[in-house]
Design a protein around this ligand. Structure first.
Ligand code: MRU
Length: 367
């Protein structure tokens, strides 16, 4: 996607004079500073994932795949492989894409002689990145048809939460892919961007990438979403997902569940507000049926609530404390929206009601 009119992916690799480097966009600095950071070592990649320099389910999968490759460059032994897999999977536990990508690379390299493991892992990581782009483009096209069907004479107002745009993936995004496709096709779309406390991925990242691409949008506080739906000012909700269960429960950024509840109530009051999750197949965990209680919800550090990062009038980027000293904090990073509140799951194979997901499991697995 575009940054200052230049085409970027969120992660890419280079080899120069035998030096293998992974390049990432540091998302902790956006929207104020656009900075590309080189990653040379496994430990650096683990830190980038944990501190959320890279974030978003598909992107942390791709980053973890490269992380495993870097670990193999440093030490390709079975013990090193086992350790690297363990540490990567623990680094961010909720998004299934991370474990999926790590296991995929592991399976490819495990049978190989040690001296071949690094190159094979590097190649597989690149493949995962390329595939992610293709899956998201397909999601975009299916979502576009759905938006076009909905279009009447007025602007289509789509509400999204967190950042499930190109920054959360290798390119195009999941929830934002249909929006970009619609905008590019000349459909009159406007996006309600929910700020997404505590880390503000909506306000900082979604608003930034939509403005880079020229898509009309308005940031709202998280708490305003229900009010807008009740007023009939939202035509549909599209969110991403960190893990979707076999029966269609959607685990996504904390606050998603409240949006789905508000959309369900708005529907009961006669407003047509369908709730969609845009989900590439690596985000589906076929081993879990019920999301509530069965998906590990990452608990993030209290500082994310206690402090806010922003740019001062002087231009300096700073953190300011917003809670009284010593205040107790709980900071779950994700929640689960039960399938009964989900209108449809937009996948690379088409759009399905949650109960239809199982019917496409074999198809998805075979691709
Ligand atoms: O904690 P984050 O910022 O990694 O969480 C990201 C989200 O919840 C996204 O909405 C989700 O990963 C979907 S990404 C396409």
């Amino acid at each position: 996607m575009l940054v200052n009119q230049q085409q970027y992916r969120t992660i890419w690799a280079s080899v120069c004079d035998g030096l293998h480097t992974v390049h990432i966009i540091d998302q902790t600095r956006l929207p104020h500073v656009f900075e590309v950071v080189p990653i040379y070592h496994f430990d650096q990649m683990i830190a980038a994932i944990k501190t959320m320099q890279v974030r978003g389910a598909p992107l942390i999968g791709a980053a973890a795949a490269y992380g495993l490759a870097l670990a193999m460059q440093e030490d390709a032994s079975d013990i090193s492989l086992c350790n690297a897999v363990h540490h990567l999977i623990q680094s961010r536990p909720t998004a299934v894409n991370l474990a999926w990508a790590v296991q995929r690379v592991r399976q490819v390299i495990l049978p190989l002689p040690l001296q071949k493991r690094f190159q094979a892992a590097w190649k597989e990581a690149a493949l995962i990145c390329d595939e992610d782009v293709i899956l998201n483009q397909a999601i975009g096209l299916h979502g576009l048809s759905m938006i076009q069907q909905k279009q009447q004479s007025h602007t289509i107002h789509i509400l999204t939460h967190c950042n499930a745009g190109w920054l959360a993936t290798v390119d195009f995004g999941t929830a934002l892919a249909p929006i970009y496709a619609a905008h590019n096709a000349g459909v009159d779309v406007h996006v309600w961007v929910s700020e997404t406390r505590p880390r503000n991925q909506g306000a900082s990242l979604t608003a930034w990438e939509l403005s880079q691409h020229g898509v009309p949008h308005t940031v709202i506080s998280d708490n305003a979403a229900g009010h807008l739906m009740q007023q009939g000012r939202v035509d549909m909700v599209i969110v991403g997902a960190d893990r979707v269960t076999a029966k269609g429960d959607v685990c996504n950024k904390i606050g998603t569940y409240l949006k789905a509840l508000a959309a369900a109530d708005a529907r009961q009051q006669g407003h047509e507000v369908p709730f969609y999750a845009a989900v590439p197949s690596p985000s589906i965990d076929w081993a879990i049926e019920n999301g509530v209680g069965h998906i590990e919800i990452e608990e993030r550090h209290a500082d994310e609530l206690a402090w806010m990062v922003g740019r001062l009038a002087s231009g300096e980027i700073a953190s300011v404390r917003v809670l009284p000293e010593g205040t107790k904090v709980e900071n779950p990073a994700f929640d689960v929206t039960p399938a009964r509140l989900v209108t449809g799951i937009i996948t690379e194979h088409g759009i399905f009601a949650p109960h239809e997901l199982k019917g496409i499991q074999q198809k998805i697995k075979n691709v």
